[in-house]
Every structure is written in structure tokens, then in C-alpha cells.
Design a protein around this ligand. Sequence first.
Ligand code: HEC
Length: 130
Amino acid sequence: MKIPTISALAVVTSLIAASGAPAQDTTAGKTSFNKCLACHAIGAGAKNKIGPELNGLDGRKSGTAEGYSYSDANKNSGITWSKEVFLEYIKDPNSKIPGTKMAFAGIKNEKEANDLWAYIAQFDKDGKTK
Ligand code: HEC
């Protein structure tokens, strides 16, 4: 009985090590995305709602979700979405894109914004997780 006990212990120990304080937490990011859900869809079959669908956002040019009618401000912002730009944008959307029609105050908490990006960036343009 000794050997199974020891190997079970080793598994537990390595699990604890692997789960130690991840820099980005997609589960927390999914919860945070609830704040966006009224206006945005993401994942398989996501459609434009009040705001554009957000699949494949990592590397996507601003204002290019098919069939969505953007404001000129968003369309002409010249942004290519990346983690860096997203983090600047989401803390105060109207300051990064003055005149955007996205009526959202922003997410000031850096950890939450990071988790949110980790969640969003998982989805490729077909809404599959990478
Ligand atoms: C009240 C509705 C609303 C909420 C809530 C909202 N958005 Fe938006 N969002 C919009 C609209 C509308 C646009 C289009 C803006 C434009 O054309 O000026 C937009 C645009 C965007 C864009 C630019 C997309 C592109 O293709 O260029 C991103 C990124 C974005 N939103 C992310 C988010 C995230 C992340 C959240 C949640 C934290 C969120 N939004 C919450 C309405 C909303």
C-alpha cells in the first residue's frame, strides 16, 4: 500500500504546483465577460448584437466584424486589436476611441482586464478556442 500512497501524494503536489497563481485566469475572464454579454457575443455561432461579435479579436482590425454597422470613430481608429491595445481601451473605451458608440464605462481593475483578455483571446475567428 505504500507505493500508491506516495504516488497519489506526488500527483497532489504537482497539481498544487501547476495551479499556483496563474497570471491570467480565463474562468474569471468568462465571469467578467458577463458585463459585455448584453451587447457582445463570442464563441461558436456568435452574432452581432448591439455591439459586434468578438471572435478572433486578437489580431483583428477595428471595425471589421462582418455585417456590423460601426461608428466612424471605431471604424477609422486604425487599431489592430492586441492585448496591449485592448487593456488601454477597456479601462476607458471613450478615451481610447473618442466618439465610440460603445456605451460602457470601462473596467478599471487591471487583473480583471487581463483575465478578460485571456478569455476573449482564446477564440479564433470561427469561435473555436485555440
Ligand atoms: C451597452 C452595450 C455594450 C457593452 C456593455 C459593451 N460593449 Fe463593446 N461595443 C459596443 C458597441 C455598440 C460597439 C461598436 C462601437 C462603435 O462602432 O463605435 C462596441 C465595440 C467594441 C469593441 C471594438 C470591436 C471592433 O470590431 O473594433 C470591442 C473590442 C469591445 N466592444 C469590447 C467590449 C468588452 C470586452 C465589453 C465588456 C467588458 C464590452 N465591449 C461591453 C457595445 C457594448
